[in-house]
Design a protein around this ligand. Structure first.
Ligand code: SAM
Ligand code: TMP
Length: 400
């Protein structure tokens, strides 16, 4: 982002588009790219080294529906209420959301009768949001989109993006767009997986095509400053395996919360973006791969049944990096209709409906959707009661 030199610290090999689930009879050649990560030796930003064209990832058939998790539905309802109570209190307040997906957050804003617009390039999920009465523009947010929105709808008090900004390589254009569409006192609030959690938990599966950047308070503060904005607040979130919600305002427009200085100091103390820290992370990742494969091979040799749970985008990285195919895992269950009946990208594990999990229960289940562990383990409590064990690989390979 700043033009500084990138230093590679992790190579996760040839990887497919993580949400490109394949029809079993598909004959077209699968797209692969090199999934490698580096850090900027100037501004410390951590990012992928190869970019997948955005149209290959975000299109009419994008299968991820945000409302699939009850925990995430509650999280976004709370987020919307916070905006309604604290930011959208004017006569004609206006909120723009980037990557509104199926309307999981905007639903509450819409129901409160507050002016809003979702900007969502994936037409299928955007249509689901429209079905809830939400205003959606089918487009990639970038400078030109922002200028059009400002001309048609006026400026926004809040621009919000959850699990979306880190998907966007072209952040210069985004910031020029924010400048065009935000009111003088408006805020840009975004939340994404936090590099601090990824390094601490060795959650290397947060690294896949869609996650282009891995933010820290330090890299976000530097990014904001280059565009006339300022990081004014940060909040650690527990969702999706550990995230940070960053609040940006125009420089000088809002007081800077103490939490910003505290997180910056913590990152410095940990040496979070120091080469030695990132190299140690890469070493742990390789060890997890070796341990996970050894466990799956051993369970197979012992004659145990092992299936996988949750065909997450993250699991593409795990399956393809570790070489987990149908020989080790006969199927993965998932609640998403658009994924069922398909094969996982690259690794070609058949995706089946959740009822297959219980008929009969396997001996072991590899929990690809570990970020929803609490919700899933409580819903599937009969699995453990039947003697079944969950296999987890974050923060290390262990059984539950
Ligand atoms: N905000 C939802 C959530 O947190 O569950 C959806 C997150 S989903 C992982 C990322 C979304 O960002 C997708 O729906 C995708 O289509 C959208 N997206 C990708 N690039 C975008 C862009 N340039 N502008 C707006 N949305 C974008
Ligand atoms: P995510 O980690 O990107 O949110 O994706 C979660 C995936 O796991 C998504 O494909 C839906 C699936 N899933 C289930 O199959 N069962 C569940 O109970 C939950 C919460 C998710």
């Amino acid at each position: 982002m700043c033009g500084g030199a990138l230093r590679e610290f992790l190579d996760l090999g040839r990887q497919p588009v993580s949400d490109a689930f394949r029809a079993p009879d598909a004959t077209d050649e699968e797209f692969f790219f090199r999934l490698a990560v580096g850090h900027c030796t100037e501004c410390t930003m951590v990012q992928l080294l190869e970019e997948v064209p955005r149209e290959k990832m975000f299109h009419a058939d994008y299968p991820y529906h945000s409302s699939g998790s009850s925990v995430m539905r509650e999280h976004f309802t709370r987020t919307a209420r916070h905006f309604l109570d604290c930011e959208l209190t004017g006569e004609d307040s206006f909120l723009v959301e980037l990557g509104c997906n199926d309307g999981v957050m905007l639903r509450t804003v819409h129901e409160a009768g507050v002016r809003h617009l979702g900007v969502e390039p994936s037409a299928g999920v955007g249509e689901v949001a429209r079905g809830k009465g939400i205003r959606v523009r089918t487009a990639f947010f970038e400078e030109s989109t922002a200028r059009e929105i400002a001309a048609e709808d006026g400026r926004a008090d809040v621009v919000y993006a959850a699990n979306t900004l880190c998907h966007i390589p072209y952040l210069d254009s985004i910031f020029r767009g924010l400048d065009a569409v935000l009111t003088g006192g408006g805020v840009f609030v975004f939340e994404d997986p936090y590099l601090g959690d990824i390094v601490e938990r060795a959650s290397f599966d947060q690294i896949y095509d869609e996650h282009f950047y891995f933010f820290t308070a330090r890299s976000v503060a530097a990014l904001a400053a280059r565009h006339g904005f300022e990081l004014v607040d940060v909040e650690r979130l527990t969702v999706h395996g550990g995230e940070v919600r960053y609040t940006l305002a125009r420089k000088g427009a809002r007081p800077v919360a103490e939490a910003v200085g505290a997180l910056l100091a913590e990152e410095t103390e940990r040496g979070l973006t120091e080469p030695a820290t990132l190299d140690a992370f890469a070493t742990r990742v390789a060890a997890i791969r070796d341990q996970l494969i050894a466990l799956l091979v051993k369970l197979k040799e012992e004659g145990h049944s092992v299936v996988a749970y949750g065909a997450t985008a993250k699991s593409a990285t795990v399956a393809n990096y570790c070489g987990i195919g149908p020989d080790l895992i006969p199927f993965v269950t998932d609640t998403t209709p658009a994924k069922q009946g398909k094969l996982t990208p690259g690794s070609h594990l058949p995706v089946v409906t959740p009822d297959r999990f219980a008929s009969p229960y396997p001996d072991y289940a590899l929990l690809f959707a570990w970020n929803h562990a609490e919700e899933i383990m409580s819903k599937e409590s009969a699995f453990r009661a039947s003697g079944g064990k969950w296999i987890l690989y974050v923060p290390d390979v262990h059984l539950v």
